[in-house]
Design a protein around this ligand. Sequence first.
Ligand SMILES: [Zn+2]
Length: 260
Amino acid sequence: MNRRTFVKTTALGSVAFGISGLTGRTKTHILTLSFDDGFKNSFYKVAEIYERHGLSACFNVIASGHLPEFKGVDNWILPELMGNFEDWNGLKSRGHEVMPHSWKHLNLTKQPLDKAQALIIKCLDYFESNLDGYKASEAVFNFPFNASTPELEAFTMSEVLAIRSSGDSPIGQIPQAQKSYRKACWSHGPENIDQWVEEQVNQFLKSPGGWMILNTHGLDNEGWGPMSTVYLETLIARLVKLDQLEIMPTGKVLQRSIGN
Ligand SMILES: [Zn+2]
């Protein structure tokens, strides 16, 4: 199963994108591995692998994942696997990106609009209160299940810099001075995704360039569609040697494009 996702800027972001397109960028390809849900062990392992190469990882966490009221989601997002905001603040202080991935991982398209909106605000408020240095103007809201509606997208984009949800194209443009853009990518599961990631990356590298976001989850046995630790180590070590490629978290790509 493939799930397609995209990132869209807010109106606020769109204005900002018009101000500066000077990125100083010489590389043609940007890859973001966008790790969802908040698996404590996996996220620490990912952070260590990235840090070996001086990279920042992209983590998206469920706001209530560590609270007693969180009951888990399907067979994959189990309460006992989730980290808390001490973990997330620690990882952020080490240079990684931590972004909102909903209050409790409901499919928001299946909720009444007002309830879905309230859940989004609850998530963002929790981030504001508990994630050190959190700024809505820099945040990317990652829809659970990459499921959204035009109404939910518009609402969320009025609250944060950008959103990630469903879309059509696997590779989009690197953001520059432009009014708006859409960035697409896929996720895959529930089985191990090493081979799938390898294929996506190799196809991307053969392309003229752009920004590819693969929505990944945990490592080894954690989460829907996990990658193996050994594969991730090998992949990153190989990719950092490529002249044309950068590995960056989503928010950093967006911030750089607006000159921050
Ligand atoms: Zn998720």
